[in-house]
Design a protein. Structure first.
Length: 166
């Protein structure tokens, strides 16, 4: 299962109640997830179009939205990330919305986003470390998840930047 499939499956469980489905607000787990993904893809100072396209695809698949609705979610996540003072606002939302197993899966997906361009940048590593700590994924699990994703990346099981998957 590639990073898009894993994140899509995880995020499907984060949709808020129907009352909130028409708009996006700061406590929305969808916005928190998108903001953290923007934070990771921006960590190395280069936002690649393929990284943003993957994020768009994951969010579209996860929530069954596209067009204007997808753009609203992407804009809300990006704006939230740009306005954030720290990661706590997002991790607090996810910690409440996810059980421990789902938190570990979210960290694994974050590692897959880190390795998607074929390398692990120290700033990306630090972001995943901080997010893991804030959502209650311990050091041992975080390292094991990183090692598992790194092994898959070495085997070519993670689609790398520029590969079309064909």
């Amino acid at each position: 299962m590639n990073v898009l499939d894993r994140l899509s499956a995880l995020l499907k469980g984060l949709a808020p109640s129907q009352e909130a489905a028409s708009g996006y607000f700061p406590e929305d787990p969808r916005v928190a997830s998108a903001a953290l993904m923007f934070h990771v893809i921006d960590a190395d100072g280069i936002r690649r179009e393929d990284e943003k396209a993957r994020l768009n695809e994951v969010l579209s698949d996860a929530y069954g939205i596209d067009g204007a609705e997808l753009r609203k979610l992407i804009e809300a996540g990006e704006q939230a990330e740009q306005q954030a003072i720290d990661l706590y606002a997002f991790t607090r939302v996810l910690k409440r919305a996810l059980d421990h197993g789902q938190r570990c899966e979210f960290i694994e997906v974050m590692w897959e986003m880190v390795y998607a361009d074929g390398e692990r940048h120290e700033l990306e590593d630090n972001i995943v470390w901080r997010v893991a700590e804030l959502i209650g994924v311990d050091r041992k699990d975080r390292i094991a998840l990183r090692q598992r994703v790194a092994a898959r990346a070495e085997r070519g099981d993670i689609e790398l930047e520029g590969e079309d998957g064909a």
